[in-house]
Design a protein around this ligand. Structure first.
Ligand SMILES: *Cc1c(COP(=O)(O)O)cnc(C)c1O
Length: 381
């Protein structure tokens, strides 16, 4: 048991066997020792994305792949529809603006889900307006699991809306891929972006990205993609021309990919369904345990993601004090609320080792100890 236990919404505590894998001698990112490992990792990712299409590993954080996706598919000056319901949706809007893409924003209150019917109505009205203004909407960018509130947005229904309007769909699945099914081919997702350091339970260092045929074609015809490294055409060129030798433009963090491979192998060994179920189990244990101490779920359970528990604090519990106590006395790190939710909610992550019963039961004991230490009733109900 490490002396610091991460129960935040990422990065996550990694299993010992995955840590051991990252400590193996560094391999070069090409050649006969490396390529079988690279290909095996790519194939496991394709199985998890349920795709016959392509999967890239782009060194960098999830944001780098999201930026690559948005700017490669949509030229500066044109538009992306961004429905948002929290911090990471707002981040996607900032990203679009910084890249000269016009965001067409539909906002929902934090904690509410993105309603596909309202999105449909918004697009009906906004598509002609966007054309008239000369910033035509080409794509939708959606945050699947909005980690700031624990809302799991209805991706499948939103994909159907995208198809109705013939828009490309770019998904931030940073905190959902590997935690719930995301069949990118069946649902028609053009770009789906994630990272190893959330639901997969491996260290950070490389972004993961599925790319549909339609996305490759759109990138190819983009008159003004963004830079060199994050232009998907650069990646396409190396895939074609440096095929068996080095099918990517730069050095890869090979140790991180070895660790990712180990984590993916463990998921498939355990069974993907069982892996998904382990989040739901941890979520239920923590949510119920905390409800017994007077904390309620912030998000409507009907659309709560099982990867984190976002909880309203009690009127007599200061979130900052609770966080300090858990960290100082029990070595457990949890997260507070972001932005307007600061001081109102706290968030417990169930990704990586945090979904293990040893972590969830320690957390509940530690919260109980906090209430005791402050002379607060163990239950407000
Ligand atoms: C953690 C998180 C991110 C941040 O990803 P980086 O790898 O830091 O770029 C983005 N989106 C969501 C939904 C997240 O939970």
């Amino acid at each position: 048991m490490p002396d610091l236990r991460l129960m935040i919404p990422g990065p996550v505590d990694v299993d010992d066997e995955v840590l051991a894998a990252i400590a193996e001698p560094t391999l070069p990112h090409y050649g006969a020792r490396w390529m079988p490992l690279f290909n095996a990792t790519t194939n496991l990712l394709k199985r998890l994305f349920e795709t016959a299409g392509d999967v890239l590993m782009i060194p960098g954080p999830g944001s780098s792949a999201l930026e690559a996706g948005m700017t490669s598919l949509v030229p500066a000056g044109e538009g992306i529809c961004i429905p948002e319901n929290g911090f990471f949706g707002l981040r996607a809007i900032q990203m679009a603006e910084a890249c000269g893409i016009r965001p067409w924003v539909l906002s929902f209150p934090a904690g509410e889900y993105i309603d596909p019917d309202r999105l449909r109505a918004f697009l009906k009205e906004t598509l002609p307006a966007a054309n008239a203004e000369g910033h035509p909407i080409r794509a939708i960018t959606l945050v699947h699991h909005e980690t700031s509130t624990g809302v799991l947005n209805p991706l499948h229904e939103i994909a159907e809306v995208a198809h109705e309007f013939d828009l490309l769909l770019i998904v931030d699945a940073v905190a959902s891929f590997g935690g719930v099914p995301i069949p990118v081919d069946a649902w028609g997702i053009d770009i789906c972006v994630s990272v190893p350091n959330k639901c997969i339970g491996a260290p950070p260092g490389v972004a993961l990205m599925s790319v549909s045929q339609r996305a490759w074609e759109r990138a190819e015809s983009n008159p003004c993609a963004h830079g060199w490294y994050l232009d998907l055409r650069t990646w396409a060129w190396y895939r074609t021309n440096w095929k068996d030798w080095h099918p990517y433009p730069t050095t890869l963090p090979t140790n991180n990919i070895v660790a990712l491979h180990k984590a993916l192998e463990s998921i498939f060994l355990e069974g993907v369904e069982a892996h998904f179920a382990s989040f739901a189990r941890a979520f239920q244990a923590v949510r119920e345990g905390l409800a017994g101490m007077g904390f309620s779920l912030f998000t409507n359970p009907a659309y709560a993601a099982p990867m984190i528990s976002a909880m309203n604090t009690r009127p007599d519990v200061n979130v900052g004090e609770l966080q300090h106590f858990l960290l100082d006395k029990h070595g457990i790190m949890i997260s507070g609320g972001l932005g307007d939710l600061h001081g109102k909610i706290f968030r417990v992550g169930h990704m990586g080792r945090a979904k293990d019963a040893s972590y969830t039961s320690q957390l509940l004991e530690a919260v109980h100890a906090f209430l005791n230490a402050n002379g607060l009733p163990p239950n407000l109900a």
